[in-house]
Design a protein around this ligand. Structure first.
Ligand SMILES: *Cc1c(COP(=O)(O)O)cnc(C)c1O
Length: 412
């Protein structure tokens, strides 16, 4: 078990260091910055992604397929890197679908979820031959007519809005009234409709929530998702072949948060797999993870432009900020603003003995990357790293706000 606990739980010890610099997959951050050509940039460390996938592969029971939810980070090079390492890709738009296909993932291993799919997106998915997680009766009817029109067979899974809520989730996406999926109580009727339309039914999908660090809550969610699917399977036109029980594995962003304990979650999953073999033979369990695979492998690096003192407080003004990294500025679904881990990347061994505010160049008080954080002394030219930035970074940020240049993105 030693190897597991030594696994790269960022931020403090995931990235190595040499000569006082942070290393990104073995290369000094200053050199990576030169390779990028300019700052700010995002850098994703291939070795850390590999380590994370490897950890899951060791612990997940046989019979569970690991999917990557591209929404977390849709950088084409990263998706291409991920494609041969996972069993499938989950996309949530026609744009993500194109990236998944470009990455060389077999269409049979791509699934498409999300509310409000357009007719064009449904047609795209039909033409490509990917699995559609339908989220309303409108989607089912539209799909049937598009399929008939084109002659391309539709592959359908039903996304269920469960009749339970997940505990401890940073973002709840199932249970109660939700725009996602079909309410569990309405699923039997939809299944009969899918059968009468002659669409190929393949299985179920439940996604109850994101960013969960509580193993017990995840274990409970997985068990209940499976039991709900088992119950609904009796109304299905054919036995389900895929049971996508979601994911929601979180990563620690803030002081006091503990990494998710993976071992008990995977052990409990083994018992779900065993039950599924008995009750729904022929069905594969699918786990779809986004941030857990890539979040800790990513850094956002910006350069210090100015160092100012205002009425006793130090302000480190950097060339990046909320327009590139909305989440780190605290404006992406946080109720109370907390600091992502930050450090002076080119003085990584420096003692963090200054309390400073790290702020971006935007003319708004929202543009904060570090509020009274402890940092080594930094001045113009130094590089600031924001950790835990591999997911919901660039693609989740308002890059047009204030018309600054876009960040670069590197897979190192
Ligand atoms: C957002 C989302 C994910 C990924 O969530 P993470 O928190 O990044 O793991 C997976 N599946 C669905 C359906 C989603 O909407």
């Amino acid at each position: 078990m030693n190897a597991i606990h030594a696994a790269p739980y960022a931020p403090a010890n995931a990235f190595s260091r040499a000569d006082g610099e942070l290393l990104i997959n073995g290369q000094k951050v200053s050199r990576v910055a030169a390779m990028a050509g300019y700052t700010p940039f995002y850098a994703y460390d291939r070795s850390l992604i590999d380590a994370r996938v490897g950890l899951l592969r060791r612990l997940l029971p046989a019979g569970v397929q690991l999917h990557y939810a591209m929404k977390a980070n849709p950088m084409p090079a990263l998706v291409s890197f991920m494609a041969p390492r996972v069993d499938g890709l989950d996309v949530a738009s026609g744009g993500e679908l194109r990236i998944a296909l470009d990455a060389g993932m077999a269409p049979s291993r791509i699934s498409f979820a999300g509310p409000g799919k357009t007719a064009e997106e449904l047609r795209q998915a039909l033409a490509a031959g990917v699995l559609l997680n339908v989220e309303s009766s409108r989607e089912v009817e539209l799909l049937a007519s598009l399929s008939e029109e084109s002659g391309w067979p539709a592959r359908v899974a039903v996304r269920i809005n469960p009749d339970f809520e997940i505990r401890s989730s940073g973002m709840r996406m199932g249970g109660g009234a939700k725009p996602f999926g079909v309410d569990a109580e309405a699923v039997p009727q939809l299944l009969r409709r899918i059968g009468s339309l002659g669409l190929a039914f393949e299985g179920f999908h439940i996604y109850a929530g994101s960013q969960n660090l509580n193993a017990d809550a995840l274990i409970d969610m997985q068990r209940r998702s499976f039991e709900l699917m088992l119950r609904l399977a009796s109304d299905a036109p054919s036995p389900p072949r895929t049971l996508n029980i979601g994911g929601g594995f979180g990563i620690p962003y803030f002081p006091g948060e503990q990494p998710l304990e993976l071992e008990p979650v995977c052990a409990a999953l083994a018992s779900v797999v065993a039950d599924a073999r008995m009750t729904l033979p022929g069905a594969d369990l699918v786990l779809e993870l986004g941030r857990y695979l890539v979040g800790e492998a990513g850094l956002y690096i910006c350069r210090v432009l100015d160092r100012k003192v205002s009425r006793g407080q130090i302000f480190i003004v950097v060339d990046g900020g909320m327009h590139h990294h909305l989440a780190a500025s605290g404006n992406f679904g946080q109720v109370i603003r907390r600091n992502f881990p930050v450090a002076v990347a080119n003085r990584i061994d420096g003692v963090a003995n200054e309390k400073v505010n790290v702020v971006g160049p935007l003319c708004t008080p929202l543009d904060v990357l570090g509020d009274k954080v402890d940092l080594a002394e930094a001045g113009p030219g130094d590089l600031i790293a924001v950790f835990q930035s591999g997911a919901y970074g660039y693609s989740a940020s308002p890059t047009a706000f204030l018309a600054h240049p876009e960040p670069a993105e590197l897979l190192v």
